[in-house]
Design a binder for this molecule. Structure first.
Ligand code: TRP
Length: 453
């Protein structure tokens, strides 16, 4: 039955593709600015704890559900439970994929747009972030610009996913991920060799605990989900193409390690440069599109670093976006009998259309708001702050409480026999986090998103 289903060519290919999903705008755009807004080192420390106690255990669980059933999120829950409730949780993941990709592609488009603007020379003569901000407002304020690059970005995503798991996703990740890491290494070296870089490093390493409050902790927790692509079946779907001979626990650890390493490297590259230029690390979402272009403008050879930086962002966004489309495609291929090509064209096309009002939220639809939120904000908020934590909560509960413990242990030990023999305590700790710690903490994040606490 599952004999003709696609699969990864190798475990290494899976790790790169999954790390590609995890490493995205979340690492290079969002992580540095939320760390900047919440005081730097102390926030990073809390974030690392959230990754270790929530992100890692839930990631193992999510990959395991996929690997065991060899199915998309809907089919996976159907295979394990036959319960309507759990099947609808899987379905919610597919919907979240639809939503996240629709706005993610808009920002992904901007990153390509900024590569082009760098090449055109329009990013090289700013004296301060305000000037760079004016250009940013003009570009994102243009419907043609935002829609054009949304279209281009989407075409790239569909072009990769249509080529399949091995030929498209795995192959492109094997090229893009090494390029991404190389660029980041270059940018980091540039950053730490700037005069005044040490202040940026201090910002990242010397904690200022006064900035940490309950809100900062919840932001760190929510980001732990987003950055690991958890809670909507992306890792489940990627796990479904994994071989039963491979070790789920070490694979999850490697994905977490790469994702975290790359976020920290991006933080080092960005904050050393921002501090060396005497600019504000807490500039918020505009840090990347406004503060950094001003930094690059004033750096010798800045145009090359600007080019590399926006290329880095574009690659990071692309490898994440393909995982989002793959969830939707896998569902229609496995459950509804579509061909891959048909599913990519029809459902990719629909997601692209749903992205149009998001692209227009920065210009002609900027005044169309509900509760003060634009279309873009609403889709982003609903998916990232509600559906993802909810999905993550459900996965923790499912693996911790619903799936029988014997079945979970049999499944996770496939490919990982020695690990559980060498570290017998691991099982207990993993279940402790899945059953109690993760559900409680994720519920707090969810209540906070809903404005209840
Ligand atoms: N992890 C990606 C990032 O950090 C975003 C992402 C891609 C994602 N696929 C996802 C988030 C699936 C949640 C679920 O930018």
């Amino acid at each position: 039955m599952t004999q003709n289903r696609e699969a990864w060519g190798s475990r290494f290919g899976f790790i790169l593709a999954a790390a590609g999903s995890a490493v995205g705008l979340g690492n290079i755009w969002k992580f540095p600015y939320i760390a900047g807004e919440n005081g730097g080192a102390a926030f990073i420390f809390i974030y690392l704890i959230c990754i270790a106690i929530i992100g890692f255990p839930v990631l193992i669980g999510e990959i395991l559900i996929g690997r065991t059933t060899q199915k998309n999120p809907v089919g996976a829950f159907a295979a394990l439970t036959h319960s309507k409730l759990w099947i609808s949780i899987g379905f919610l993941g597919v919907i979240a994929g639809f939503m996240i990709l629709s706005f993610y592609s808009v920002i992904g488009g901007w990153t390509i747009g900024y590569v082009v603007e760098t090449l055109r020379g329009s990013l090289s003569h700013f004296h301060n972030p305000e000037e760079a901000g004016e250009l940013f407002d003009a570009l994102s304020g243009s419907a043609v610009w935002t829609l054009g690059y949304h279209t281009l970005f989407f075409a790239l995503v569909m072009g990769i996913v249509i080529r399949g798991v091995q030929g498209g996703i795995e192959r492109s990740s094997k090229i893009m991920m090494p390029v991404l890491v190389s660029i980041l290494v270059i940018l980091m070296i540039r950053g730490v060799t700037l005069d005044g870089a040490s202040e940026g490093l201090a910002f990242l390493w010397v904690p200022d605990w006064s900035k940490i409050n309950a809100q900062a902790v919840l932001i760190a927790l929510g980001h732990a989900f987003f950055t690991l692509s958890l809670g909507m079946g992306a890792m489940l779907t990627y796990g479904s193409y994994m071989s039963k001979r491979d070790n789920v626990v070490t694979s999850a650890a490697q994905i977490v390690f790469l994702d975290t390493l790359i976020a920290i490297m991006a933080g080092v590259a960005i904050f050393t440069a921002v501090f060396a230029s005497g600019l504000d690390p807490a500039a918020g979402p505009g840090l990347i599109f406004q503060t950094l272009p001003a930094v690059f403008s004033n750096m010798p050879g800045g145009v090359y670093f600007s080019l590399l930086f926006f290329l880095l962002l574009a690659i990071a966004a692309l490898t994440s976006a393909i995982s989002l489309l793959e969830v939707v495609v896998a569902y229609f291929v496995d459950e509804q009998g579509w061909t891959r090509k048909g599913a990519v064209l029809i459902f990719g096309g629909s997601i692209f259309l749903l992205g149009i009002p998001s692209a227009l939220s920065f210009n002609i639809m900027a005044d169309v708001t509900l509760f003060d939120k634009t279309f873009f904000d609403i889709v982003d908020f609903t998916a990232s702050n509600i559906l993802l934590p909810f999905g993550g909560l459900m996965i923790a509960i499912f693996v911790g409480w619903i799936w029988s413990r014997t079945a979970v242990m049999t499944a996770v030990k496939e490919g990982a026999e020695t690990l559980f023999e060498t570290y017998p305590w691991f099982e207990g700790i993993w279940f402790l986090f899945l059953k109690f710690i993760a559900p409680v903490l994720i519920t707090l994040v969810l209540l906070n998103s809903l404005g209840i606490i």
